[in-house]
Design a protein around this ligand. Structure first.
Ligand code: 6CS
Ligand code: FE
Length: 320
């Protein structure tokens, strides 16, 4: 292991073989930097993100843009249907695609979308710095058979398995299908981002090969989950809304989703923006880092936000 990479002490130990434990978050949720203060979000929106750990913008992308995104998503899915590769994740018991990772390196549509100023400037404002992408993917939850994602904090995995030192990252989920209560929308615990659940157990080697289908390590124990829900005033929120809506959520917000037994598929594009001041180090588990397609380390540069019309990038993806 290359210890030179490990510059930072472990502020958030987890999966160290100890019992589950809840500790206070040690980083701000909304970061402050006067130079980054002038973003698109209002003061109230920033306050709401700070309090709840997420923000939903209805129809940040219009119907024409959603149609293009859906087309690109279908193209990528079709292209990857027969590709047997680590970055194409199938459902646990079928050949159905669940996620395709690292879509922002397609030299085309998704790369342009990832740099779109509507989302990047919001991420910059919340994280108070320039940002880069640490992970991206499309998620597809087919009707009738899309399986659940158990409760988890993304940060717990990114810290332990990828060496993300601080809580200074967020996810941006662009909803491409209408999300209802009944087609397995993301569920979030408001306020949970202020607490860190140190999880029991140890990380199996190459855990990602299983965890992306069904996460079993790095998930909270039942008592911690009940504590968090109780602390939120018994609230569990659902990210429902029309296609084109965008959900931003903090890297430590506890979230999960139920299976989709409705006839309606649910798909989204997922970008994870990390502060350029919070680059990945050696995993805090002491194990080998996960592959590049899950946790970007190579050639990291801040994103320059663009205003480009998405239309001009249709059909440009160089799919893998
Ligand atoms: O592994 C990851 O990076 C993401 N996937 C899962 C299933 N859990 C943690 C994180 O959201
Ligand atoms: Fe997640």
């Amino acid at each position: 292991m290359n210890n030179q990479l490990q510059k930072t002490m472990d502020k958030y130990p987890s999966r160290t073989g100890e019992q589950a434990q809840i500790m206070e978050r040690k980083d701000p949720v909304v970061h402050q930097n006067p130079e980054q203060a002038n973003g698109p979000l209002t003061e109230d929106e920033m306050k709401s993100f700070d309090k709840n750990g997420y923000l939903l913008f209805e129809k940040l992308f219009n119907d024409d843009e959603v149609a293009i995104m859906k087309n690109e998503l279908n193209r990528t899915m079709e292209h990857n249907q027969k590709r047997d590769a680590d970055d194409v994740i199938k459902e646990p018991q079928s050949n159905e695609i669940r996620s395709v990772f690292e879509i922002h390196k397609d030299s085309g549509f998704f790369e342009a979308l990832a740099k779109n100023e509507r989302i990047v400037k919001a991420a910059e404002q919340l994280l108070a710095s320039q940002v880069y992408l640490t992970q991206s993917r499309i998620n597809f939850k087919p009707g009738f058979k899309g399986k659940e994602f158990y409760w988890h904090s993304d940060f717990e995995t990114w810290h332990v398995e990828d060496g993300m030192p601080d809580m200074r990252a967020l996810s941006c989920s662009i909803v491409l299908t209408d999300n209802y209560e009944f087609n397995g929308p993301l569920m979030l615990i408001p306020g949970s981002q202020k607490w860190y659940v140190s999880c029991p157990g140890k990380t199996p080697d190459s855990n990602y090969k299983e965890s992306l289908k069904k996460q079993e390590t790095g998930v909270p124990d039942n008592d911690s989950m009940s504590w968090l829900v109780n602390k939120s005033g018994e609230r569990i929120d659902r990210a429902t809304g029309p296609a084109g809506s965008v959900l931003f959520f903090d890297c430590n917000t506890m979230h999960g989703s139920a299976g989709n037994i409705s006839p309606y598929a649910r798909s989204n594009v997922f970008f994870v923006y990390n502060s350029i001041e919070n680059k990945l180090e050696e995993p805090f588990s002491g194990q080998a880092p996960r592959p590049e397609f899950l946790a970007n380390r190579e050639n990291i540069k801040p994103i320059i936000p663009n205003k480009d019309r998405l239309q001009s990038f249709a059909n440009t993806s160089k799919t893998k």
